[in-house]
Design a protein around this ligand. Structure first.
Ligand code: 5AD
Ligand code: SF4
Ligand code: FES
Length: 364
């Protein structure tokens, strides 16, 4: 495994050391990890915290992910799909609040036709200076190409875990379809998207070794964006019935474990855009996001979804900001960013590529 750490190859990024960091409970070593990640973040992506306005466009989903509240079999969940005018209302708020990006996110919803999405992307690009990120699940190659042509800048698709057997257990494939997320991520890169991915932390059956693999995959894929969050139990999903730890060396779904992966992702991929995620804020509403930002993260994703819809975008229960408005989240985050001495990002907050990756060809 190549070492991608900033400035010079450093010993701590080798496999054994990665595992040591993941396993340690020693407060002094952890303080050292937080310090290294924060220092690297400052040197590479700086003090700006980029704001990506999240619009949860539809909660329909055709998939059956064993962990997620939006899975098709969760029949008691009321479903919604926003109209283009509703989405544009949120987009205008993003402009008003000074954000550089909107993220259009949904379940894997074929009711969002490729043409509809393309039209919406064109409209956003024509009417605003915003970067557009799509996070609409596994869609067909020609659809991904169409959206890119329409002006979409970035695509988010987590690979959830690089442990294939575990992935297949928690994420049933569609009949007749053996979908490889790594292959799809490669395709997105080829289409010229900035590509984001990530994993959940503490999935039942996930080990420290698996997390070390995940981190190595982040570097190998040269991701522009890395989003990680703790696995949170949703009682109405199959995974809720699984024993929390069925393997030796089960990685815990804790706040501390999440900070470790955020910090190590920063050291492995110094130039990546890394959000302090909503799942982290859900575990610690008081300071989860702040601690993420102080331990390697440089992005937050304020939720712009209208309140009547956001309560229905229940991937897991107790999601942070469920009852708030876009304006409340905006004010709240602006204040939190200022309180830790950072500044809101100016401009789109595009990925910084090139200089760091010189001489390292992408694996695809
Ligand atoms: N806990 C934590 N994260 C979850 N996601 C889905 N369900 C859960 C859960 N129960 C995350 C997945 C997915 C993203 C949309 O939300 O990583 O990619
Ligand atoms: Fe659908 Fe995504 Fe949830 Fe899977 S994780 S059920 S694809 S919304
Ligand atoms: Fe939503 Fe604080 S970020 S209320």
């Amino acid at each position: 495994m190549k070492c991608y750490a900033i400035n010079k190859p450093t010993d701590f990024m080798h496999r054994g050391d990665l595992l040591d960091w993941l396993r340690t409970t020693d407060p002094e070593r952890l303080a050292e990890l937080w310090r290294l990640a924060d220092q690297t973040r400052r040197r590479t992506v700086g003090d700006q915290v980029h704001l990506r306005g999240l619009i949860e466009v539809s909660n329909y989903c055709r998939r059956q992910c064993g962990y997620c509240g939006l899975r098709a079999d969760h029949r008691s969940l009321a479903r919604y799909r926003m109209s283009d005018d509703e989405v544009m209302g949120c987009v205008r708020q993003a402009v008003e609040f000074g954000y550089g990006t909107v993220v259009l996110q949904s379940g894997e919803d074929l009711g969002l036709s490729a043409e509809w999405v393309a039209g919406l992307v064109r409209r956003i690009k024509a009417e605003t200076p915003l970067a557009v990120t799509l996070s609409l699940g596994e869609r067909e190659p020609d659809e991904l190409a169409l959206w890119r042509d329409a002006g979409a800048d970035r695509y988010l698709l987590r690979f959830e875990t690089s442990n294939r057997a575990l992935y297949e257990r928690i994420h049933p494939s569609r009949p007749g379809q053996q979908f490889d997320r790594f292959e799809l991520l490669g395709r997105l890169l080829q289409l010229g998207y900035e590509v984001g991915s990530g994993v959940m932390i503490g999935i039942p059956g996930q080990t420290y070794d698996d997390l070390a693999d995940d981190l190595e995959w982040f570097a190998r894929l040269k991701l522009d964006m890395i989003g990680v969050g703790p696995y949170l139990r949703h009682p109405e999903t199959p995974l809720a019935a699984w024993p929390e730890a069925s393997v030796d060396e089960q990685a815990p779904a804790t706040e501390r474990m999440t900070y470790k992966v955020v910090a190590l992702a920063r050291l492995m991929c110094p130039w990546a855009n890394i959000p302090a995620t909503t799942a982290l804020a859900t575990l610690n509403i008081h300071e989860g996001r702040e601690l993420g930002l102080l331990r390697g993260a440089n992005v937050v994703m304020p939720n712009l979804t209208p309140t009547e819809y956001r309560t229905l975008y229940e991937i897991y229960p107790g999601k942070a900001c469920m009852a708030e408005s876009g304006r409340t989240c905006h004010r709240c985050l602006a204040q939190r960013i200022a309180a830790i001495g950072r500044t809101p990002g100016q401009g789109r907050g595009d990925a910084v590529r090139g200089e760091v990756f010189e001489g390292q060809s992408n694996i695809f």
